[in-house]
Design a binder for this molecule. Sequence first.
Ligand code: FES
Length: 150
Amino acid sequence: MEERIRTVLASFEGKRNDLIPMLQAVQDELGHLSDTAMKEIASYVGMPESKVYGVATFYSQFYFEPRGEHEIKVCLGTACHVTGGLQIVDAMERELGVKCGGTTCDQKFSLERVNCVGACAIAPVVMVDDDVYGRLEAKTVKEVLEKHAP
Ligand code: FES
């Protein structure tokens, strides 16, 4: 794994200004930022690991645990919130057996809440990877999941 990380980092000069792009590039390669990756990045930019964690944890785009095969984003922007987004979250959490921010034991799905995904006209909205599902009801959540993990 260190080799893959070093290969990604080699495309950067090791400047602290490049920290965010480095974190993104390593996460793109590995799917998440492992402890090893964080150590390698800290060493490459010459910063304490705690500071690199401090920066990375500030942004919700970074993950420190492996993610599921499919990424589920339940929208809780205003339009989705007022049209039943919270019931969709509850149904997803119940169906998957994980809370938002978590990944199922079989590594099939990761679940998270997001703000507006730009499809308010069909609220409430859920995205599974690049597929958008609108006007969802709690009772149709299972069908959506089955399309992605039959
Ligand atoms: S608020 Fe959910 S798509 Fe806009």
